[in-house]
Write a protein that binds this ligand. Structure first.
Ligand code: NAD
Length: 437
């Protein structure tokens, strides 16, 4: 099938590449000229594990191409995917200007039947708005489908190639058949394609992300309580996670959820509820608790140094909002850095993939180390903000030799309490005993 993907970011590029991998001809379009140029030269513009192999294979086979020209991209396409940004607007609702802008343009461009598929995360009722925007200028038939994306950055290729489920919202039989044919190769193991109406599909995405954000937030609250009651959150986590009804995943406490999805999606769902006069109290609490949780490690740092951070040097491991991505949108590390700098401290950081993106925002306000050990030279303390695999089993002897003081503030609970006691560190983590030497 001929496919166009509009918006070549984390979702669009993975979607386009994986659809090419199953034999489709895919043209990806983006307004960012620099990005298009990079991709045309064979460069993957984001860090996403395993994407490069598929990317290069499909470019070589001529199934994956890139353009900045929307008309050229959609001319022969049977299906047009919209994978455009839906950032939070000033009032917290999703900003639909990117999606509706392209929908407007598509109306005057398309000349024959197209299935226009919305992959962006959008509020309930957007499919109708997109339909109206295309219809304004369209002189041919088209269908709008809501097909929210559930991939996780860091596992995006695997998630797209073997999805737990594919959610498709459409009331058109013709569009349903087209989408079913497209997704067949991805659900051969029997995972379902779940067809529903557009509104339910749109809400499914927000419900999923808000539920997961709530689960994380609940565990962060339990962790904070553990500290006050003298319990160990790791034990509590394992204790409750073995219950199938609760499940083991998403129970790890930390320094708040971040990223380009959870914060904005919880906010947008709360706003949607507000607009129809529904007081969605849990979501308000989740957002308020998460704001506080992002700085819980800074509170511990300030307390340890009696509120005097002037002249202190902190090594910060991890900038990305989670491991295995270079995405720093709403990353807790950025909030921690801001507070440390505000308090007069210096920050030397290392992240395996996200430093270039942070440099674009913070420039030389902080120092970037070539590796995680280099960041430790002369540091008063180590702060861990992202649980990259390489931080899990460091050479502690080397750490001790490089740092000014054996002090770790761990926002991701990477190390054991006993291990830290044996090594003689001051070690503060989340929801566990603080080790004091
Ligand atoms: N990132 C994720 O993990 C994830 C997962 C599921 C769903 N989503 C949703 O998918 C959507 C896209 O997210 P993303 O993370 O891929 O965003 P992104 O910012 O990485 O990518 C969006 C791309 O769209 C391009 N763009 C903007 N306006 C355009 C236009 N008029 N024409 C063509 N291209 C244009 C941008 O240049 C950018 O490359 C959002 O609604 C998001 O909520 C994201």
């Amino acid at each position: 099938m001929n496919i166009a993907v509009v918006g070549t970011g984390y979702v669009g590029l993975v979607t386009g590449t994986c659809l090419a991998e199953t034999g489709n001809n895919v043209i990806c379009v983006d307004i960012n000229e620099e990005k298009i140029k990079k991709m045309q030269q064979g460069e993957v513009p984001i860090y996403e594990p395993h994407l490069d192999v598929l990317f290069h294979r499909n470019i070589k086979a001529g199934r994956l191409t890139f353009t900045k020209n929307l008309a050229e991209a959609v001319e022969n396409a049977k299906i047009i995917f919209l994978a455009l940004p839906t950032p939070p607007g000033e009032d917290g609702s999703a900003d639909l200007s990117y999606v509706l802008g392209v929908a407007n343009d598509l109306g005057s461009i398309i000349k024959d039947y197209k299935v226009i598929v919305d992959k962006s995360t959008v509020p309930v009722g957007t499919a109708e708005k997109v339909h109206a925007a295309v219809a304004k200028n369209a002189k041919c038939e088209f269908d709008i489908v809501s097909n929210p994306e559930f991939l996780r950055e860091g596992y995006a290729v695997d998630d797209f190639m073997k999805p737990d489920r594919v959610v498709v919202g459409t009331t058109s039989e013709k569009a349903k058949n087209t989408i079913e044919e497209l997704y067949k190769p991805f659900v051969r193991q029997g995972n379902p394609i779940i067809f529903m109406d557009e509104r339910s599909a749109e809400l499914t995405k927000y419900a999923a992300n808000s539920f997961l954000a709530t689960k994380i937030t609940f565990m962060n609250e339990i962790a904070n309580l553990c500290e006050k009651l003298g319990a160990d959150v790791d034990m509590v986590r394992i204790g409750i996670g073995s219950d199938d009804r609760i499940g083991k995943r998403f129970l790890f406490p930390g320094i708040g959820y971040g990223g380009s999805c959870f914060p904005k999606d919880v906010q947008a769902l709360a706003k949607s509820a507000d607009e129809v006069g529904y007081d969605f109290k849990i979501l308000d609490s989740v957002m308020a608790i998460n704001e506080k949780q992002k700085l819980v490690i800074v509170d511990k740092i300030k307390k340890h140094y009696n509120n005097n951070l002037t002249g202190k040097v902190f090594a910060l491991w991890g900038l990305a909002f989670k491991p295995d991505t270079d995405d720093i949108r709403e990353a807790p590390a950025l909030y921690i850095i801001e507070e440390l700098l505000k308090a007069g401290a210096a920050v030397v950081t290392h992240d395996p993939e996200a430093m270039a993106n942070v440099k674009k925002i913070l420039g030389d306000k902080i120092t970037y180390a070539n590796d995680h050990y280099e960041a430790l030279k002369g540091a008063d303390a180590l702060v861990i903000a992202t649980e990259w695999g390489l931080f899990r089993t460091p050479d502690f002897g080397k750490i001790v030799s490089l740092m000014k003081s054996k002090t770790i503030f761990d926002g991701r609970n990477l190390y054991g309490i006993k291990q830290m006691k044996d090594l003689g560190f001051y070690y503060a983590s989340i929801g566990r005993e603080t080790v004091i030497f």
